[in-house]
Design a protein around this ligand. Structure first.
Ligand code: GLA
Length: 394
């Protein structure tokens, strides 16, 4: 697949200006939007993301030594490190993604070669489209290209996840890296995060997906994210003890079992558990609804997911709730929910294709009405479902 993304042109131009030659390859990595299944991945549950047509591009050329030079075209910043002793960088967090990926690949016994690279991206940072997975995957495929090693994509996704844990300090799940590597045009990826088994789910025609960025940066995302993760572990410990059998994750609990002990279970872990257990079921129902073209039912499940994230998991915020209301007030919107980690960032909406123009025009006004004075500037755009990452030779 080839494309005409502005990040690709920018990466190539800045490469020529910075290194005085043309790059040999450009690796293209998509952003992602999760249709449903939020905060389930690190609980060994189900997710249903799509890769979207916003791309991060890494233009690169091999070197004959063990030095990595990277220019970040959008940030006016650069990095240089040696492959013999890759360390975290305390100054600029973006540097930890390529560094982390180089570290993890070498930890797995693959000796890398140095590269000159330029990274440029059209994936908005902080909107919840996982620019972080895109930069990890983009550099992982780039590094591997120059040593001609093929790593199975699910394995590579796990390596990228580990790089994020160790170098960027976020205990993220596996969803973002999997979809950035395994996405397919016009399909969602139904992923079982327990064993990484996955299936492509064809998407019905006549619908469009809209990303509605609230304009609120996800400031609490990293710290609160790690707290939620710990609460889920606590819930597993409590449930194992109370149910009298060892549970590995919240995936091992049914709704019925949770219902039996819900009243005795302490707050907030009982609501955290209820979100995860019910969300797993919603993912399975939603993918079935998509296969059947049952769009109203799918829309209802999106709204139920948002309510559960807001009330039980407590990762929404005023602006995300206002955005869902604004979206639902326009005719032709089937459903909407916060997408990604939450605490700001964006909502996803599923809309009738012929209502798209109206949605893009009306929703910003309704959002401003919902929030009154000092409403942040939202950013709405339609996304197309893209392929997972690939390498283009130039
Ligand atoms: C972030 C993480 C993912 C996932 C979502 C919440 O995007 O990177 O692994 O946990 O939050 O569903």
């Amino acid at each position: 697949m080839s494309l005409n993304a502005s990040s690709l042109q920018r990466a190539v131009e800045v490469f020529r200006a910075s290194f005085g030659t043309s790059p040999e390859i450009v690796t293209v990595a998509p952003g992602r939007v999760n249709l449903i299944g939020e905060h389930t991945d690190y609980n060994e549950g189900f997710v249903l993301p799509i890769a979207v047509d916003r791309y991060l591009c890494v233009a690169a050329r091999g070197r004959n030594d063990r030095t990595v030079k990277i220019v970040a075209a959008d940030l006016n910043d650069s990095d240089e490190f040696g492959l013999d002793n890759v360390q975290r960088d305390e100054e600029a967090n973006w540097r930890n993604y390529p560094r982390g990926v180089a570290w993890v690949i070498q930890q797995n016994g693959i000796e890398l070669k140095g590269i000159d690279a330029v990274v440029a991206s059209d994936i908005p940072i902080g909107a919840g489209l996982s620019s972080s997975a895109a930069i990890e995957v983009g550099f992982a495929l780039t590094f591997l290209h120059f040593v001609q090693v093929d790593v199975p994509r699910p394995t590579l996704a796990q390596w990228c996840q580990l790089a994020e844990h160790k170098f960027a300090g976020v205990q993220c799940g596996i969803m973002d890296q999997m979809i950035a590597l395994l996405g397919k045009e016009n399909h969602a990826l139904l992923l079982d995060c327990r064993d990484l088994s996955h299936q492509l789910v064809p998407l019905p025609s006549g619908i469009a997906f809209v990303v509605a960025d609230t304009g609120v940066p996800r400031t609490l995302a990293a710290s609160e994210y790690n707290i939620r993760r710990r609460q889920c572990e606590e819930a597993v410990r409590w449930l194992s003890e109370t149910l009298g059998r060892p549970l590995k994750s919240l995936r091992d609990v049914t709704i019925e079992e949770l219902g039996q002990v819900f009243n005795e279970m302490p707050e907030p872990i009982r609501r955290r558990a209820r979100h995860v257990v019910t969300e797993n079921n919603r993912v399975l129902d939603f993918q079935q609804a998509m296969r059947e073209g049952a769009l109203k039912r799918a829309g209802y499940l999106l709204l139920a997911s948002h309510a559960s994230l807001r009330d039980d998991y407590e990762v929404s915020c005023r602006e995300l709730d206002a955005m869902v209301n604004a979206l639902m007030s326009v005719d032709g919107v089937y459903g909407a929910r916060l997408t990604g980690a939450g605490f700001g960032g964006a909502c996803l909406a599923m809309v009738r294709e012929d209502a798209l123009a109206r949605v893009l025009e009306e929703v910003p006004k309704r959002y401003a009405e919902e929030l009154g004075q000092n409403a942040p500037e939202p950013n709405l755009f339609a996304v197309r479902v893209s392929d997972g990452a690939w390498v283009e030779s130039l």
